[in-house]
Design a protein around this ligand. Structure first.
Ligand code: NAD
Length: 436
C-alpha cells in the first residue's frame, strides 16, 4: 500500500518508519527542508531508541523515502496521515493552523480517492473541520474519507509503542475507510492488538481523556507524596500497596517533579478548553493543571530548604529532558526548575545524556554544560537529580562525595534509597520519604 505521512517529527517520523517496516511504501513529508535533507542523508533529527536502524533498513529496501514537496509526496497515496504539531495557544486551546494548512494543501493536490488520517492530537470536531476544508478546496470532484487515528506512543519507547500498542483507535463512519485502515494495520491485527472502531468525535476524545487521566494519576501520587512527608509515611510503599490493587495498577504511580513533555501539559489544557467551549467543566483536570504547576515550585522550595538561600550557590543538576531516553525538553520540569534556580541567583552545572543541545537553545551560556555527572558535581554545593536516566541509577557515590563541595543529594525521582546513600555520608533528600 502507498502511504504518505505529513509531518516528520516525533510522531510522523516514527509512524512513517514503522509503517514502512510493516511492508508499506511510505513517503514522509515535512515542510522543514533542513529536516528532510538530513533524513535523505540518513541522519535522524531526533533521539529515539531503535529509530535509526528502522529508518536505514527501510530506506535501503526502498520502502521509505522523504520529500519536502507535499504535492509530489502524496501522489498515488491511498492513505495520507497528518502528523503535524498542534501546539497550545495562549488560552490553552490547540493551535490548528498546521493541520488546517495541510488539509488545504492536500485538497489542492488530491486526484483520486484517499483516506486522510488525522494522527495529530486535535480537539473534538477537528476531523469534521478537516472534511469541510478539503471539500471546499478540491480542484475537481474527488471522493475521500477522513479518519481519526490518535497516537499513543511515548517518546523514549516510540518504536516499540508503535509496533506493540495497547490498542489502536480508529474513528470513521466510512466502511470503505475502515477496511483500508485494517489493511494499514494488518501487521498489528496479526499480533492480536485490540482495535476500537468508533466515530470521529469519540476517537478524538479518547486521546485527550487518556492523557488527562494519566496526568491525574501522576499528580495524585505527587500530592500523596507531600502528605507522606508530613505524616512520616513512605510514598514508595504507599504506591506499591495501592498499585497492587488490580483496579488501580502500579503504572504512573511514581512520584516526581511533575509531569511535562510535549503532550500532557498541552493536552490537559486543551481538554479543559474543549469542555468550556461546550458549556461543561472538567474541574478535576483544572485542579491537576494547577497542582502540577505548583509541583515545580515545591521542588525549588525543597532545594532551598536543604541548601539555604540560592543566590551565589553552585548546584549540579542531572537530567534535562522531560523524561529519560529522549532529547525532548518541551515543558520539561527540569527546565522549569532551572529557570527558577537561575532567577534566584544560583549557578548551575548541568548534565544530560541527550538533551544538552536542546537545552542550550533555551538557556544559551547561562548554564555550565558538563560532559558527565562527575564533572557536573565538581565543586557544587548539592547534586539535584531531576530526570531518571539509567546512567544516573548507578553513580559512584563515593566519587561524587569527594567531588562535591558539600555532600548533599536531592533526588527528585527517588532512584536511590536513604539507606544506600547514607553509607556514603550524604545528606539525602527525596520525595515522600523521611530525609536523612
Ligand atoms: P513535532 O513538532 O516533533 O513535529 C511536527 C512536524 O510537522 C515538524 O517537523 C513540522 O516541521 C511539521 N509541519 C508543520 N506544518 C507542516 C506542514 N504544513 N507541512 C508539512 N510539515 C509540517 O510534533 P510531534 O511531537 O511529532 O507531535 C505531532 C502531533 O502528534 C501533535 O498533535 C502531538 O500532540 C501528537 N502526539 C505527540 C506525541 C509525542 O510523544 N511527541 C505522542 C502522541 C501524539
Amino acid at each position: 500500500m502507498k502511504i504518505a505521512v505529513i509531518g516528520s517529527g516525533y510522531v510522523g517520523l516514527v509512524t512513517a518508519a514503522c509503517l514502512a517496516d510493516f511492508g508499506h511504501f511510505v513517503t514522509a513529508i515535512d515542510k522543514d527542508q533542513e529536516k528532510i535533507a538530513l533524513l535523505k542523508a540518513g541522519k535522524i533529527p531526533i533521539y529515539e531508541i531503535g529509530l535509526e536502524e528502522i529508518v536505514h533498513r527501510n530506506m535501503k529496501e526502498n520502502r521509505l523515502s522523504f520529500s519536502s514537496n507535499l504535492g509530489e509526496g502524496i501522489k498515488g497515496a491511498q492513505v495520507i496521515f497528518i502528523g503535524v504539531g498542534t501546539p497550545p495557544r495562549e488560552d490553552g486551546s490547540a493551535d490548528l493552523q498546521h493541520v488546517e494548512a495541510v488539509a488545504k494543501e492536500i485538497a489542492q493536490h488530491l486526484t483520486e480517492y484517499a483516506v486522510i488520517v488525522n494522527k495529530s492530537t486535535v480537539p473534538v470536531g477537528t476531523g469534521r473541520r478537516v472534511q469541510e476544508i478539503i471539500s471546499a478546496n478540491l480542484r475537481r470532484p474527488v471522493e475521500f474519507a477522513v479518519v481519526s487515528n490518535p497516537e499513543f506512543l511515548r517518546e523514549g519507547t516510540a518504536v516499540t509503542d508503535f509496533t506493540h500498542p495497547d490498542r489502536v483507535v480508529i474513528g470513521t463512519e466510512s466502511e470503505r475507510a475502515r477496511k483500508i485502515m485494517e489493511e494499514v494495520y494488518r501487521t498489528l491485527y496479526l499480533i492480536e492488538t485490540p482495535f476500537v472502531f468508533t466515530n470521529l468525535e469519540s476517537a478524538e476524545l479518547i486521546k485527550y481523556a487518556s492523557n488527562a487521566f494519566l496526568a491525574t494519576k501522576i499528580t495524585f501520587i505527587n500530592e500523596i507524596a507531600n502528605l507522606c512527608e508530613a505524616v512520616g509515611a513512605d510514598v514508595q510503599v504507599v504506591a506499591k500497596g495501592m498499585g497492587l490493587d488490580g483496579r488501580i495498577g502500579p503504572k504512573f504511580l511514581r512520584t516526581g517533579p511533575g509531569y511535562g513533555g510535549s503532550c500532557f501539559p498541552k493536552d490537559t489544557r486543551a481538554l479543559v478548553r474543549i469542555a468550556r467551549d461546550h458549556g461543561e467543566s472538567i474541574t478535576i483536570v483544572e485542579t491537576v493543571i494547577a497542582a502540577n504547576e505548583n509541583r515545580k515550585k515545591q521542588m525549588v522550595e525543597k532545594i532551598r530548604r536543604v541548601v539555604g538561600p540560592l543566590a551565589g550557590k553552585t548546584l549540579a543538576v542531572l537530567g534535562l529532558a522531560f523524561k529519560p531516553n529522549t532529547d525532548d525538553v518541551r515543558e520539561s520540569p527540569s527546565l522549569a526548575i532551572i529557570r527558577q534556580l537561575l532567577d534566584e541567583g544560583a549557578q548551575l552545572r548541568v548534565h544530560d545524556p541527550a538533551a544538552m543541545e536542546e537545552t542550550r537553545k533555551t538557556f544559551g551560556e547561562q548554564l555550565c554544560y558538563c560532559n558527565d555527572p562527575y564533572e557536573a558535581a565538581q565543586g557544587a554545593e548539592a547534586l539535584v537529580l531531576v530526570t531518571e536516566w539509567n546512567c544516573y541509577r548507578r553513580l559512584d557515590l563515593g566519587r561524587l562525595r569527594s567531588l562535591l563541595q558539600s555532600p548533599v543529594l536531592i533526588d527528585l525521582r527517588n532512584i536511590y534509597t536513604p539507606e544506600e546513600v547514607s553509607k556514603f555520608g550524604f545528606r539525602y533528600e527525596s520525595l515522600g520519604r523521611k530525609s536523612i
